[in-house]
Design a protein around this ligand. Structure first.
Ligand code: GLV
Ligand code: GLV
Length: 331
């Protein structure tokens, strides 16, 4: 049997694969080319891919033997899951292990985009620091303010937990309210989180964090009209998926001073970043590094490899997007 791996991953986990399977590895330090993907998907039994690799109908149609698509990510909007189901292919992902690391990065963006950390560092390096100044780089407070979380899933919940130490009020919007998560946060962290509809959340929050997956309900959830509801002193942070915010609308809002600042780890047309964003100093921009810690990227590799191997051995993977749906369809 053969597997296709679209990038060398941290750790030595692919050696586990090499014991029993022939590996076709894209061994360059860049996103796998479409051509390589289409050529090599033909006769492999499994693929271990990244969130940058579009596994759409065209790719799936080329595959003659494919049993599993193991995504090295929690998000799986890069894969046509419905089509994979119709072809009996299991799709797996790596949730859980990256939750806390990703929540840490949300806070890094909140802190840096409210207190000018990036611009201030640059200012000092440019030799502009001439002495303490009562008006230098004033930002807005974080402690005691209201944090609005859009999407109270694993990562959203981990972001909420951290707000406790900042004495914040926490509200959330979700497709449907999550009373069990509310209970959990109250019981385990003595933290009260309250549900709001999206409009109310945007009006009330000082800081908004987007932690929802990308799907047809969340595509362009945040537009100019929505940003207009926010406070002029507010910050919006997106570490989920770029297309949840209409990027041109965010640029306009930041230029017009409709909101104070933004922190972005993801972009609508990644890896392209809107040129105008690069010119603005009220936004912190990061190259999609939410889960990028040594510990977490290794754990993700371990899980992605195990998911792949389990499906190839006709066993249930550790985490899957469609395994039970498929099983039910077959039985
Ligand atoms: C990162 O964005 C992921 O989905 O794992
Ligand atoms: C962001 O708002 C910054 O000033 O770095």
């Amino acid at each position: 049997m053969k597997v296709l791996i679209t990038r060398r991953l941290p750790g030595d986990y692919h050696k586990l694969v090499a014991k029993d399977y022939e590996i076709i590895l894209w061994d360059k330090d860049e996103v796998v080319s479409r051509e390589f993907l289409l050529d090599n998907i033909r006769d492999v039994d499994g693929i271990l891919c990244l969130l940058t690799d579009k596994i759409d109908k065209e790719v799936i149609d080329k595959a003659n033997k494919l049993k599993v698509i193991s995504n090295y990510a929690v998000g799986f909007d890069n894969i046509d899951v419905e089509y994979a189901i119709s072809r009996g292919i299991v799709v797996t992902n790596t949730p859980g292990v990256l939750t806390e690391t990703s929540a840490d990065l949300v806070w890094a963006l909140i802190l840096s985009s409210r207190r000018h950390i990036v611009s201030a560092d640059k200012f000092l390096r440019e030799g502009k620091f001439k002495g303490w100044d009562p008006n230098l780089f004033l930002g807005y407070d974080i402690y005691s303010k209201t944090l609005g979380i859009i999407g109270l899933g694993r990562i959203g919940t981990a972001v909420a937990k951290r707000a406790k130490g900042f004495d914040m009020k926490v509200i959330y919007y979700n497709k449907s309210p999550k009373p069990e998560t509310e209970q959990y946060l109250l019981k385990e962290y003595n933290l009260k989180v309250e549900y709001r509809d999206l409009e109310s959340l945007l009006k009330e929050s000082d800081i908004v964090s987007i932690n929802t997956p990308l799907n047809k309900d969340t595509y362009h959830l945040i537009t100019y009209e929505k940003l207009k509801l926010m406070k002029r002193t507010a910050t919006i942070v997106n570490t989920a998926r770029g297309p949840v915010i209409k990027e041109d609308d965010l640029v306009r809002a930041l230029k017009e001073g409709l909101i104070f600042s933004a922190g972005l780890d993801v972009f609508e047309f990644e890896p392209q970043v809107n040129k105008e964003l690069l010119e603005l100093d009220n936004v912190v921009l990061l190259p999609h590094i939410g889960s990028a810690s040594f510990e977490t990227r290794q754990k993700m590799a371990e899980i992605a490899v195990n998911n792949l191997l389990l499906v190839l051995q006709n066993k249930e993977p550790l985490y899957s997007v469609n395994y039970h749906q498929l099983k039910n369809a077959i039985l």
